[in-house]
Design a protein around this ligand. Structure first.
Ligand SMILES: Cc1cn([C@H]2C[C@H](O)[C@@H](COP(=O)(O)OP(=O)(O)OP(=O)(O)O)O2)c(=O)[nH]c1=O
Length: 693
């Protein structure tokens, strides 16, 4: 792992080294990237952020760009803007800052991105053999500013960094051995300088981290330009670029580095200093032009006096409605001030004081949290009453008809249906109801990606546990016993039957999660070298099935307790997959089936440290060097500040604990497994791929 060179976790050290990073504390900073390298680089310097990978498809027409770096910068911009636009609609929150990046490799006039397959990797690596090439990372920082009318202002700062890398002559054997390691597949140019690919490199001129995917030094300089070095200059012209939100392509007005528009030549004068290029990498500030809009008077944070706006990088300014459909062009005169002459972001509600009126977004957030349990329970109840199944079969029923079908009161049903409409689960038209797309795909009990079983588990098991949360926190252990003993007596009458039913319900919940998350986990890494896998605690085999679908040459043995293996037969048609087989056994006591890849999905978080080490030692004992271990869990942020999903789950866990990717890495390393790749999938489960040393 390349992060051995970056171990700054001490916050004080980070602050002293880079006061700008600490200025972002308390802001919702979002990394619009699925790249584990970028995540790690930024985490290692103490930046707190959420990861929301961009859905922007990297398909811009390269021939339209004069220089390769313009392509990288434009792609980075589109990645960041896509997330900035999506979050208010899909995540119901507006980020303060979104960071997008794109790394490309260029050689002999060609732009190399991530290889699509092994032959593409071969084509790329052989074109790099024995030559010097350039690695460019384009970075876009989008600063979002939510206005009172719920529109969002965006400002964009973008730049790029170039690093030169020289490869040694690569023999055919070496090339294929490297390709077969699987490392090239998710990396620009088909290599990872931070890992095995480092062995191919003769020299690097410039920022090493730029090659790995993020020019940290240049980024920090840009942040410090934003926050520390603003100059007030009323005679500067504003460079304003208006972006159309309807398409992916912006319309450039001045110096936007979009197709065929020269970047440097149209800069105009700028009083903002260019970042110094202390290293031999070229640094280019493609966008940073101060502007001032006369007539804009803003209050300085914490002060009553009014100051003129001095905008630092009023480069792109656009506004959009939060429904994301409409955008209106704005001229710079209407641009709201964002940064004071001291470089501080200026809030609209200027005075931040304990007794001042609460901010609207704070009230909204607290309201959401207070009502969260009501929303969950409304969803659970509608799912339990099979409202979504019913409205799938018979769309357009009114409340009375639904009430009759689900055998409930009309009044209560109507309230429930209306609540479901407000939560985006149902749509209503002239007082009749139908499913939204979300309900159709995730809430119907027979949908391919149904979460119905998991919702039932939440309602039956987790809901009662959470109602005892206070005791759990006071006593420091799960309240499972209390919950069971509170159940009506007749539910405990036939212990076997109930435990079987409970098992099936639990298996169904795990089955749902595995079906929804399975593909993201199974396709997270190139596993083509593994032919036999064993899914330890693989339950119904749903995850195993996804692995066989994703890897045509692989067969998977599901190893789980005898009772589970027996019941798994009920989860047809999984058993019709002849590359998935079931072996009954206890992984703490019995011999593990032989395989060259072991899968541990949602297992480790639930185990005590002692059990965890027993299991990992057993796996390590049967693994030969080169064997793989694929771990799938929710990975906590390194500073344990998120994601909430993982931290909330910990509140009802009985034995185990939630960990960050690094914590898992360290744990696995102690059993001889070296982490090769980590993937935050943006699905229900993340994934880590390790190799036995
Ligand atoms: C050249 C090189 C690239 N890379 C990686 C960095 C990037 O993750 C990747 C280039 O692909 P990108 O498209 O820049 O990024 P990504 O697809 O990984 O993530 P996202 O689009 O969500 O932001 O290649 C290395 O890890 N090491 C290297 O030596």
């Amino acid at each position: 792992m390349f992060n051995s060179r970056l171990t700054l976790s001490d916050e004080k050290a980070t602050m002293v080294l880079n006061p700008v990073i600490s200025k972002l504390a308390g802001k919702l900073v979002v990394l619009a990237s699925a790249s584990p390298r970028r995540l790690e680089i930024l985490r290692n310097v103490g930046l707190r952020f959420e990861v929301v990978p961009s859905w922007f498809k990297e398909t811009l027409d390269k021939s339209l760009f004069k220089a390769p770096h313009e392509y990288a910068v434009e792609t980075a911009k589109q990645k960041a803007l896509e997330v900035a636009r999506r979050m208010p609609i899909k995540h119901l929150k507006t980020p303060d800052i979104v960071i997008g990046a794109d790394t490309i490799v260029t050689v002999d006039g060609m732009i190399l991105e991530k290889p699509v397959d092994k032959h593409d990797a071969y084509r790329m690596l052989s074109s790099l053999s024995g030559k010097e090439h350039s690695v460019y990372t384009g970075v876009a920082i989008v600063v979002c500013h939510e206005k009172e009318n719920e529109e969002v202002d965006y400002q964009l700062i973008q730049f790029y960094e170039e690093t030169k890398v020289k490869f040694a002559d690569l023999s055919e054997d070496m090339l294929w051995e490297y390709i077969n390691s699987g490392e090239p597949m998710d990396k620009a140019g088909g290599y990872g300088i931070q890992a095995l690919g480092g062995m191919l490199v003769e020299y690097v001129h410039g920022d090493f981290l730029n090659v790995v995917g993020f020019p940290l030094n240049h980024f920090c300089k840009q942040l410090s330009l934003i926050y520390n070095h603003c100059t007030s200059s009323s005679d500067q012209k504003s460079e304003s670029v208006h972006l159309s939100l309807n398409g992916t392509h912006p319309t450039s007005v001045l110096s936007q580095p979009t197709p065929n528009i020269p970047t440097q030549s149209s800069h105009g004068s700028s009083s903002i200093p260019k970042p110094s290029s202390a290293s031999s990498s070229q640094t280019h500030l493609t966008h940073c032009s101060p502007s001032a809009s006369p007539g804009h008077k803003v209050k300085r944070k914490g002060s009553d006096s009014e100051v003129s706006q001095s905008s630092w990088t009023l480069v792109n300014s656009l506004s959009k409605h939060t429904d994301g459909r409409e955008a209106k062009l704005r001229d710079s005169e209407n641009t709201l001030p964002l940064i004071s002459s001291s470089g501080q972001l200026i809030e609209h509600d200027v005075t931040e004081h304990e007794d001042s009126e609460p901010r609207k977004e704070d009230l909204r957030r607290i309201g959401e949290l207070i009502d969260g349990f009501k929303a969950s329970k409304a969803l659970f109840t509608a799912a339990r009453l099979r409202v979504f199944d019913l409205l799938h079969r018979m769309p357009g029923l009114d409340a009375a008809q639904v009430a009759q079908e689900v055998k409930a009161s009309v009044k209560g049903t109507e309230c429930l249906l209306e609540a479901c409409v407000s939560l985006g689960l149902l749509k209503s038209k002239e007082r009749t109801y139908e499913n939204t797309d979300l309900a159709t795909s995730l809430l119907r009990s027979d949908a391919c990606f149904s979460l119905h079983g998991y919702i039932q588990h939440c309602d039956d098991t987790l809901w009662p546990l959470f109602s005892h949360l206070e005791s759990a926190v006071e006593e420091g252990h799960s309240q499972r016993e209390k919950v069971v003993s509170n159940k009506p007596k007749d539910m405990l009458k036939d212990a076997f039957h109930n435990s079987q039913e409970a098992k099936l319900r639990f298996m169904n919940a795990m089955h749902c999660v595995a079906k929804v998350a399975g593909k993201s986990v199974a396709t997270a890494f190139d596993l083509s070298r593994y032919k036999t896998a064993c899914d330890l605690g693989g339950c119904t085999g749903a995850m195993a099935c996804e692995f066989t679908k994703a890897h045509p040459g692989m067969s998977v043995t599901v190893f789980d307790l005898p009772a589970v293996a027996e019941l798994s037969e009920r989860f047809h048609p999984l058993h019709s997959n002849n590359r998935v087989s079931f072996v009954a056994g206890d992984f703490f006591q019995d011999e593990l089936p032989k395989a060259d890849l072991y899968i541990l999905a949602r297992i480790l978080h639930d185990l005590t440290d002692e059990k965890l080490h027993i299991l990992l030692s057993k796996i390590a004992d049967v693994c030969k060097p080169g064997c793989g271990l694929l771990l799938s869990e929710i990975f906590l942020d390194e500073d344990r500040s998120g994601p909430s999903r993982g931290l909330l789950q910990a509140l009802s866990m009985s034995e185990g604990k939630q960990r960050s990717a690094t914590e898992y890495s360290v744990l696995l390393k102690s059993h001889g497994f070296i982490t090769a790749q980590i993937r935050h999938t943006d699905n229900l489960l993340d994934a880590m791929f390790c190799i036995k040393a």
